[in-house]
Design a protein around this ligand. Sequence first.
Ligand SMILES: [Zn+2]
Length: 277
Amino acid sequence: MDTNQTIKVHVLHCGQVKVDIGTPFRQKTLNSLAFAGIMRSEKHQVVLPVSAYLIEHPKGLILVDAGWHTDVRNGKQAFIKKNGRLIYKASKPILPEGQAINEQLDSLGFCPEDIDYVIITHLDIDHASGLDLVKNAKNILVNDEEWKAANKPGFRYNSIWWKDVNVSTFHFQPSAIGPQDLAYDLFGDGTVLLVSTIGHSKGLTSVLVQHNEQSVLLCSDVAYAQKSWEEMILPGMTVNKREARASLEWVKQMSKNPKCKVFANHDPDVKPQTIEL
Ligand SMILES: [Zn+2]
């Protein structure tokens, strides 16, 4: 791609999520369900931002993750009725007016119809329930393994979040990049790579944007903060601990490049900002 053209990455905060401290930072505890807030008191709860990212790329407009649905504003009982009590226990939504993904797009001068690709890093509620608000985007992409896992019955996911959404799946391809040497090159030019960083979930996808010798790595929930890779602290929830550790190790290596900015989705130290590459 032409070096005169630039890519803009907007870091947006779509409200916050209240979780047990064991969710972002795995703890050695007797209670193996502590990360889900089960049998743990209020004093262990922390509030973290919920990020989404808008990428203005010369080849198209890309949204990474969709945050909370606006219906979380209808109160606790309505939330539990739609999503279940266990999900409420594990992650409580906070979504002030103006911060839902469609509202944020609007204030940047865009509408969902303008988006060429919505990439969902994984299908947990705080990343995927807002999909319904951007369902008029041209393409909505989720990794095929993630899609399969999330549509099986279980307590983690609820297919109601994408009931009326036309989701397409993509398959990771052999690549020189990533902990699994697997990635999907969105435009075929290396500028936007959807990298397999599995472990927290079956198909967890990080987005690596590269241009003009600079890069931005959106590492989703591989890590919850900078200290996650500095101190190698896994998230509380993993479907495969060994793979989660390999993914975190890769993010740590990437963070050592001074020209690579790494963003964890729920890092309390990251503020909304725009990066130009
Ligand atoms: Zn998350």
